[in-house]
Write a protein that binds this ligand. Structure first.
Ligand code: AMP
Ligand code: MG
Length: 657
């Protein structure tokens, strides 16, 4: 059991001044297991409401009660083949040498035709597959085993056993038999069984109605234009979709501003009309984060956990308000999704009458050491690639604020709260996001460039799965040396030889020339300080104006080397702003946080900024020679050399090598 103090919200006074005092007890961070235990204890056992559901809408629901077969299936004895209904005793002596002749009755039993005449000894009746067996007949001979004979007769050259090719009434499903048990999750096969019995409605566990709310002054809905400092509401859409995937009926109620009264109204309304309320954002205990204060007064017993030792996902808040789960997910989409899947999906599925998820798991090797915070259960998202001896799990480490780290990963593994690291080479059990691993055909690990997509597009169109993992040039080279990728895109400048890339290649790697990217000074079009100057002139002009702010690049970036050469020992305003990507440099200039920086031409042009060319950077590929023969690698090399790719690169502002 937990050593943490159990929150005792029952004696909480409604008085607002006490809320802040009460909140303090939730500053205790619970372990994941303790949080789950408290949440479950406050919610279960519970009765699951049921409803009647039409066959067409029943897929994915859990049956609320046993379904007994109301009829026999098939409802009558019927023929399984096209042939003739016979009396088997008539054919006891039939052989190739002495066929038996049977007179044909004046009737053809088609599907859906009730027979009118009996089959008397010495006669047969023509019958189609699915036709009801006529009185007197006890077997069917296949039409292939008969010969037409003169005067409306047939000859049969083999004996038949009683019951041959007959499907008896109730042989598939017997009336009164338990067709499907309560709790069964209805899929297409179960729908088939219900339909075969003529059942058009069943009682199922009612899908929990889940209200989804976002909160944050910064949120805009997809489809709206983005105002300055706003971001799109990602959680609303992703949580609603994940709810449908797990048996709930989601209603997205929109994003509410960080306004306590408005949010409380929205949450109270959501709670009154739904079985579950899932809010995201506003869980941090900073100013402006009000949602947990509201939840604390929505109903009993109230908050059961606020702060869980999870990474990502620490600010998760779990509450039960008058019997209904109310959850506040962390704002960062990846944290929101992990906590949702780990802590909320089990509750949602239980309330929907569904069994726990059975996610597929695979073993994979972790290629790099991963440090982990002691005391927090950590989830690491990974991309899977095929290594020399088995699967390799690449951490897709963009941090919990990155939606792509969730969307582009194949799965995740867990680092125990008691571990402070996973050593390089360790085996991990990876839980897959999809039922199967699809190992990519071509793996590209290294520096990312928008030009890369132009080259790999035809491969993807031809059905190859290309996985490109952005870890920077040096990370790519390391992966290539370990044989974990086919190609590592790099743009590394060697100061000594004043050349790109080649000096960095180790044994086993060879250079495939890629394209050139023009590096230069980016500024806002119309900025008089820079228009019409050379790059060197522009930097001089910038340094001459104390009000002029630059944006730098991170240490180790090829672009940074060029900047440092231009600046010498000068450290102008903005020097310490060192983002890790071209796009961030361009955004800083476009949004006026900086006046100039260095980037590549295509990125500057895409944002319609002014650009002064300086020097070309070489973006090439370190190819793992041992993997050169692989057809997908050849397909990539062909695509790279193709006129189409060269034209597309040139069009986008790159210069193919
Ligand atoms: P909060 O929990 O409100 O402090 O939010 C933490 C971070 O998550 C902030 O950067 C928010 O902008 C971001 N965030 C909050 N809600 C959403 C959302 N619905 N979609 C995308 N990002 C969000
Ligand atoms: Mg917020």
């Amino acid at each position: 059991m937990s050593r943490n103090k159990q929150p005792n919200s029952r004696d909480k006074s409604p008085d607002k001044s006490r809320d802040s005092v009460d909140q303090d007890q939730f500053l205790t961070i619970l372990t994941r297991e303790d949080a789950i235990e408290r949440f479950d204890a406050a919610l279960f056992p519970r009765a699951l409401p049921s409803e009647s559901c039409e066959l067409a809408a029943v897929r994915g629901c859990a049956l609320a009660e046993d379904v007994l077969a109301p009829i026999d299936v098939p409802p009558f004895d019927r023929s399984n083949v096209d042939g003739f209904a016979v009396r088997s005793a008539d054919l006891a002596t039939a052989t190739e040498a002495s066929p038996v002749r049977l007179m044909l009755n004046d009737e053809v039993i088609a599907c859906g035709t009730a027979p009118m005449r009996a089959v008397l000894s010495g006669s047969a009746t023509s019958i189609a597959t699915g036709g009801p067996l006529p009185r007197g007949a006890d077997a069917i001979v296949m039409v292939e085993h008969t010969q037409p004979s003169a005067n409306r007769a047939i000859e049969v050259r083999r004996a038949v056993s009683p019951g041959q090719f007959v499907a008896y009434a109730g042989s598939d499903i017997a009336r009164g038999e338990a067709l499907l048990r309560a709790g069964t999750v209805i899929g297409s096969r179960e729908v088939g069984m219900l339909a075969a019995c003529g059942i058009s409605q069943v009682r199922v566990v009612r899908k929990p109605r889940v209200a989804v709310l976002s909160t944050g002054d910064e949120l805009a809905q997809p489809g709206e234009t983005l105002r300055p400092a706003a971001i799109y509401d990602t959680n609303g859409a992703i949580v609603a979709a994940a709810i449908s995937e797990n048996g709930g009926e989601a209603s997205f109620l929109g994003a509410v501003a960080d306004d306590e009264a408005a949010l409380e109204d929205a949450m109270r309304k959501a709670l009154s009309e739904h079985d579950i309320v899932v809010l995201s954002g506003g869980t941090s205990k900073g100013a402006g984060d009000v949602s947990h204060r509201i939840v604390a007064r929505l109903g009993k017993p109230g908050i059961v956990a606020h702060g869980v030792a999870l990474k990502p996902g620490k600010p998760l808040c779990l509450a039960v308000c008058d019997g209904k789960p109310v959850v506040i997910l962390p704002g960062f989409p990846t944290s929101a999704m992990f906590t949702f899947h780990d802590m909320i999906v089990p509750v949602l599925r239980r309330m929907a009458g569904l069994p726990p998820r059975s996610d597929a798991k695979v073993a994979a090797k972790v290629p790099v050491r991963i440090a982990s915070e002691l005391g927090r259960t950590e989830f690491v998202m990974v991309s899977l690639v095929e290594g020399a001896d088995g699967l390799i799990a690449y951490p897709s480490g963009k941090g919990s604020g990155a939606i792509t780290s969730f969307a582009q990963a194949d799965g995740f593994f867990r680092i125990d709260a008691l571990a402070d690291q996973v050593p390089a080479g360790a085996e991990a059990e990876v839980t897959l996001f999809t039922p199967h691993v699809r190992v990519p055909d071509l793996v590209i690990v290294g520096s990312h460039c928008t030009g890369l997509d132009l080259v790999t597009a035809p491969l993807a169109r031809n059905g190859l799965v290309v996985r490109s993992i952005a870890v920077g040039s040096l990370g790519g080279l390391a992966a290539a040396k370990r044989g974990e990728c086919d190609l590592a895109p790099i743009h590394l400048f060697d100061d000594k030889t004043e050349t790109y890339n080649t000096p960095f290649l180790d044994q086993g790697l060879e250079l495939v020339p890629g394209w050139r990217r023009m590096q230069g000074i980016v500024f806002r079009t119309g900025d008089e300080r820079f228009e019409g100057l050379t790059a060197e002139g522009a930097v001089r002009a910038a340094l001459a104006d104390p009000a002029c702010v630059m944006v730098n690049r991170n240490q180790g970036a090829g672009t940074r080397i060029l900047i440092d050469r231009l600046l010498g020992d000068v450290r102008p305003e903005g020097y310490w702003n060192q983002p890790r990507s071209h796009n961030a440099v361009v955004a800083a200039v476009a949004q006026g946080r900086a006046d100039w920086g260095m980037t590549i031409a295509p990125v500057a042009h895409a944002s319609r900024l002014g650009f002064i060319p300086l020097a070309e950077e070489h973006y090439d590929f370190a190819l793992v020679t041992a993997r050169k023969h692989r057809p997908p690698v050849q397909a990539f090399l062909d695509a790279l050399a193709s006129n189409d790719a060269r034209a597309a690169l040139a069009e986008a502002g790159f210069r193919p090598a």
